[in-house]
Design a protein. Structure first.
Length: 121
């Protein structure tokens, strides 16, 4: 399964890609910049796109808004992985817009792989 990880924190993306690729069947691409993340998500080359919300410059929210405007948000299987506080209204709005799951950092790799496998198939 091809997984894109978009997060400005290189330590997080390195750790996630290391652990996922250690499991059978996961190939990860890492992007540490929002603008580049949007380009990668729009390419459609990934089974799952893991997206952080709070990134400097072009944030995860900006990425989601861009995808929504182009009717791509639901098609791209977005999983939000964020340390940002998300209230119930925001959560429901993300899900209504087509985000597949919203997970809070820190997260166990087992929980993340379970969500990825459920959504990716």
């Amino acid at each position: 399964m091809n997984v894109l990880i978009v997060d400005d924190n290189k330590e997080i993306t390195d750790m996630l890609s290391f652990y996922l690729e250690a499991l059978d069947g996961f190939n990860c691409t890492v992007v540490n910049d929002g603008n580049e993340g949007l380009k990668a998500i729009k390419s459609g080359d990934f089974d799952i796109n893991i997206l952080d919300l709070a990134m400097p410059g072009f944030s995860g929210i900006d990425i989601m808004n861009s995808l929504k405007m182009e009717n791509l948000l639901e098609k791209r299987k977005i999983v939000i992985l964020s340390a940002s506080a998300i209230n119930d209204e925001q959560l429901q709005s993300f899900l209504d817009d087509g985000v597949r799951a919203v997970l809070k950092k820190p997260i166990s790799i087992d929980e993340l792989t379970t969500v990825i496998e459920q959504i990716g198939h």
